[in-house]
Design a binder for this molecule. Structure first.
Ligand code: AFP
Length: 312
């Protein structure tokens, strides 16, 4: 797709690749602005203060300084991008209205530093971004026009889709994102599983599903970070991540706007599936900012099998 003369795939930078996606310039600009902001988040993660910021977010969770700092970095970039009308962040209590101008503008829902509690034990964390056309952030996930994440691991990678395949970029020594995987595809089933939450709170159906996976020889792979755990399933092209309903938490833990919709959009665009156990994640109607849902996401046959067990 990008066999430019004299350029190998690995020299294709993010902006050049986006220009080949038949999307409007404002969306290209917005995605590149998020990529630029991630460079400042990286610096904060690598060198920032882990002290508690002293504030708490919508969910009553204490905000680490890094959460607050990362949120400030990304929000500032979005506000000044000139193409965003509404912003929602997992770290903000309400939607932030940038402008009432809606012509050609976008709405962005993001988790600035998902898994931030893992930074002080040096595990991978990430930024998750969901983009809609117009100013309504309560659209079904299937109406996203783009979704991306940046994974701050041993290497820094950026994975995006605008509905035309899923593509991975890796940051080089000049802090440029260059293409490393194009049109990532999921196999119909896999041999790894990521079981979120506490197993003693699983339903019998989920317990039986996990036993089925283990009898099939599947291996448990779970870091506690949504971005690295999903990235593993996506880049290996197989397997399933789940954060199911738990006894006492019927909607699980993960947030629909900031975590589930963008990851479901990416995995479906790679040929995988994502469901809450009965309905595709992307078809759920968001009603509130803090809405949560159970999730089974990854290889389609594994997700379908999970639904069989959960609904048996
Ligand atoms: P934090 O952002 O509070 O660290 O939570 C991370 C997360 O939302 C998501 O990244 C993980 O998949 C999930 O929580 C892990 O939750 P458990 O620790 O309950 O398995």
């Amino acid at each position: 797709m990008f066999g430019e003369p004299g350029k190998t795939k690995f020299q294709i930078d993010l902006r050049r690749h986006l220009r080949g996606q038949n999307i409007c310039d404002n969306l290209i600009h917005l995605i590149c602005e998020v990529a630029e902001a991630s460079k400042y988040v990286i610096n904060a993660v690598r060198t920032g203060d882990l002290g508690v910021a002293g504030t708490s977010n919508l969910y009553g969770e204490e905000q680490l300084a890094l959460d607050v700092l990362s949120d400030r970095i990304i929000k500032k970039r979005l506000v000044h991008s000139g193409v965003v009308c509404s912003i929602a962040s997992e770290e903000m209590d309400d939607i932030y209205k940038v402008t009432s101008d809606t012509n050609g503008f976008y709405s962005v829902a993001y988790d600035p530093l998902d898994g931030s509690s893992l930074v002080d034990v040096n595990l991978a964390v990430g930024t998750i971004v969901s983009i809609y056309a117009g100013c309504d952030l309560f659209q079904e996930g299937r109406k996203q026009v783009a979704a991306l994440y940046i994974l701050y691991g041993p290497r820094v990678s950026l994975v995006y889709s605008v509905g035309n395949g899923v593509h991975e970029f890796t940051m080089n020594q000049l802090m440029e994102f260059t293409l490393t995987r194009e049109n990532v595809r999921m196999h119909p089933n896999g041999n790894i599983y990521s079981p979120g939450g506490q197993r003693n709170k699983y339903s019998p159906g989920v317990e039986n599903f996990i036993r089925h996976l283990e009898e099939r020889g599947a291996k448990l792979r779970y870091s506690g970070g949504f971005v690295p755990d999903i990235n593993q399933v996506l880049m290996k092209g197989k397997g399933i991540f789940m954060y199911p309903a738990l006894n006492g938490s019927p909607n699980g833990k993960l947030r629909l706007l900031f975590e589930l919709n963008p990851m479901a959009y990416l995995v479906e665009n790679a040929g995988g599936s994502a469901t809450n156990g009965t309905t595709p994640i992307l078809d759920l109607k968001p009603e509130t900012l803090d809405q949560r849902a159970p999730i089974f996401i990854g290889s389609t046959e594994d997700v379908m099998k999970a639904m069989e067990f959960v609904n048996s």
